[in-house]
Design a protein around this ligand. Sequence first.
Ligand SMILES: CSC[C@@H](O)[C@@H](O)C(=O)COP(=O)(O)O
Length: 345
Amino acid sequence: MGEIKTIEFKDGVLYLIDQRKLPNSYEIFECRTYKDVNFAIKDMVVRGAPAIGAAAAYGVVLAAKEFINEEKESFFKKMEEALEILSKSRPTAVNLMWAINRMKKVIENNKELGLQDLYELLKKEADNIYYEDIETNKKMAKFGNEIIKENAVILTHCNTGALATVGYGTALGVIREAHYSGKNIFVYADETRPRLQGAKLTAWELVQEGIPAKLIADSVAATLIRDGKIDVILVGADRIALNGDTANKIGTFMLSAVAKMYHVPFYVVAPTSTIDFNIETGKEIVIEERSPEEVTHINGVRIAPEGIEVYNPAFDVTPHENITGIITEKGIIRPPFRENILKLK
Ligand SMILES: CSC[C@@H](O)[C@@H](O)C(=O)COP(=O)(O)O
């Protein structure tokens, strides 16, 4: 299999690898309207903070295409509605709002243009978001590779690879880079209950790339860390507060706590578009709660009894004290995080 094209916009259609179906089947999900994109993000056809942002940007392009024959006033009203709907498709990853805001700015700054010209500008901005993401990931991977030692054993959580981004990946991008640069690394990938992004998606990417790895149940990680079997932990992020508190896939906090206990370096790998400069601490981050079926069922098969109640937060917040450094495309941010994050603004 060649390059993984998580997202592709061609001839007015957005094509997404259907991540709900991997690894058992490789299917492409077609979005022809912005509401298709809204569905794809909500239902996690496409997921991972940077991938959601890029998909939403093309959702705005699709909306403009749908409304291009409207009177201008009606066009802008309908676009506003589309932007609002897309921005609410998932609540935690700030990359979504960041991408929508970039698209919004293009509309606001070009209201005097004809709608065809405005459409072209929106398409161009979505393409910019798309290509910048790949560049950003490659830069992060280079910075990240500096902290990976020869023979390093790396633990990672959820899926932060090409599937979670436009290409290459964040934490998994660093792992790719270390592997390509000839380091003899070994990866432990957590399965990442309840949706199993580690077992289904990260394991799939690791196998595609031929990176030496083992899949583990989430509950194995603490023992490996305690027994000195892990040299470094690399995770992604969905939203980073000014003080460095980081929202990421549920289970990340627990890993960080054990890592701190046993002095294992714990790095977050994320583009600066994942930093929310409007919030001081992780307390302000909205944590998405998803459907009970994600916990009571596996692959559509019920594993828990009828009648049991479920609590299913999709993310948790890792306190900044547990984080060794945040690897961005502008370099590695180290404590004091607030001071050093503000320098990036
Ligand atoms: C580049 S990936 C960073 C995060 O988005 C990733 O770790 C994660 O938590 C994804 O969650 P998901 O619910 O699968 O969208």
